[in-house]
Each structure stands twice: as structure tokens, then as C-alpha cells.
Design a protein around this ligand. Sequence first.
Ligand code: AMP
Ligand code: TRP
Length: 324
Amino acid sequence: MKNRVFSGARPTGRQHLGNYLGAIQNYVNLQDEYDCIYCIVDIHALTTLDDTSSLQKNIHEMMLDWLAAGLDPRKSILFVQSHVPEVTELHTLLSMVTPLSWLLRVPTFKEKVKLQPQNVNYGLVGYPVLMTADIVLYKAGVVPVGEDQLPHLELAREIARRFNNLFGDTFPEPEAKLTTFPLILGLDGKEKMSKQLDNDIELALSDEETAARVMEAVTDPARRYRSDPGHPKICNIFRLHGYFNPFQSDNLAEQCRSAEIGCVDCKKALAQEINSTLKSFRERRAKLAEKPEYIVNVLADGASRARVIARETIKEVKQNMRLL
Ligand code: AMP
Ligand code: TRP
């Protein structure tokens, strides 16, 4: 059997460049080499949402991006977390072997407490346990994620290890797989690119919208006038050139350092490269958007295939725990 890959992402709707470079690209590349399972984690989304009215729309928009980016339902299982309810059962069972102290020291939990002090719910503390359940339910060994997820992955390994020690070898210890761009900064040049922080560039924008968004980006703060020499190493626009315009980036760096080009020129060039890289993605996405029932079918098929594996694992887990 090929080693299994699992990854999940919250249904945040239209995906941005950070999701694409940090995760989706890897998902697509791994499809030929591994048995891949990719999941839209709607239950995880509930830890931060108090209004769920956009949830179904967000799932749909996200699937359009995944499919247009090259995820192929003939190669990979694509499904929505809550459609395979076994994950919630495993979450409860794993919660019994997870010390609370491990969860309270997770950096993302501490961040969320600061971000939403009015809604520090029980699910938020258990977020990494549910994430572990996602992965080990399918006995996945490889988990493609962005850098922000590494603490969660470390915890997943610890929980799997502890379960195996207590109840016998049941789960592989999953390993993270990063892309070459594991952390994309947002337009502010400081925080990670994220929809919540409104510092993102969505893949599905039009060419004009993309250009307008790139123009908003913060560049080298020391470069106040067009004639000031720039410092490409600390400029986020330059970093993005590294991906979208790799063959020109040395040249651009030199022109920036010598003030031969200004930030506006550099941004225009970047917008153009993003638009040409995403051209065929955007065409595929527009075609897919005309067939909403196709997405529903892909997800239904994905859930039924995932469920077969999930049921087997749950049975084994319960046997090992002497619940059966
Ligand atoms: P999220 O939308 O936060 O659920 O993230 C989905 C996937 O995209 C995860 O694997 C994240 O690590 C990855 N990701 C999200 N934002 C970024 C970013 N700014 N840079 C790199 N990877 C990211
Ligand atoms: N926590 C991940 C994020 O915020 C989403 C996620 C949930 C996940 N379950 C997972 C990622 C399992 C990888 C594997 O992006």
C-alpha cells in the first residue's frame, strides 16, 4: 500500500495565495505518489464562528479553488469533515489520553484566546485533538501543511504515541510536509496572509482586482522616495516575485537596490506574473462554477469512500481500548 497523505483546511471560502503556495500546491503534487485524502474541516470552523450562515457557500467556493488548482477526485478522496461522523467519536476517545496541559500550551490556542476572549469555547481547547483524529482516522503518515500548523502536528505525534503506548500499536506518527513557501506574509508585510486579517490576495480575483490588491501592499518601509535604494530582502513583494517570477527576481533585486525601478513598477510586474500564472486556473474555475451539482457529487462520493476507511479504524481502536 502507498503511504497515505491527509490534509485539512478550514472552509474559509475563496482561497488565497498563502493557502495556494503553502498547502494546495503540495496537495496537488502529492496526488501521483501517494493515496491522498483532503478534507474541508467544517467542524473545526465552528471553533471560531458564531455565525454559520456562510458555511455552505464557503465550502462550495473552496472546492472550486481546490478542483481548479488540480485536485482530482479520481486520484484523491475529497470530502467534508462532518460527512464522516466517525471523526467525532475518535476525537472523544483521543481526548481521554490527551493531558489538558499539552493543549493549554499550544501557541494557536493562546493566540485565539487573545483574538476572541468572548468565545473561548471547549472546542477551541480540543482543536488539536480533533485535528489528530482527522489524521489518524485514516492512518496517514504524511501531512502537507503550512508552517503555522507545525505545533499541531507535533501534538498529533505525541497523542498518537501515547495512544500506542497505552493500547498497543494502532496509529503511525504523522509527519508534516512543508512546501518551499511554507509561510506567505500578507499585504501588511508583517502577519501571515490570512482572510481573517484581510491582508490576502484571493486566487479567484479578476486581473484588475489582483493588480489593485497588489498596489495596497506594504514594501520596504525605508524606501520613501522613488530615488531611495531598496532592500529586497525585507520586501514582501520581492518575496512573492521569488515564486511568481523566479527567473527575473535576481534582476529585479538589483534594479531595486540601485533604485532603477520603483515599488509601483515592481508591483505592476508582480500583478502581471500572478495573473498569467493563474490564468488557466481562473478559466477552469469559471467552468466548474457552472456545474454546482458536480461539486455536490464529488463530495458525496468522497465521504462514502472516506467512511469505509474510518469505520475500519474505529473498530480497531475500540477493540484495542477494550470497548469491544
Ligand atoms: P487555513 O485556511 O488557515 O485553514 O489553512 C489551510 C492551509 O493553508 C494550511 O495548511 C495552512 O498551513 C496553509 N496556509 C494558510 N495560510 C498560509 C500562509 N499565509 N502561508 C503559508 N501557508 C498558509
Ligand atoms: N488546523 C488546520 C488549519 O487551520 C486545518 C486542519 C484540520 C488540518 N485538520 C487537519 C490540517 C488535519 C492538516 C491535517 O489549517
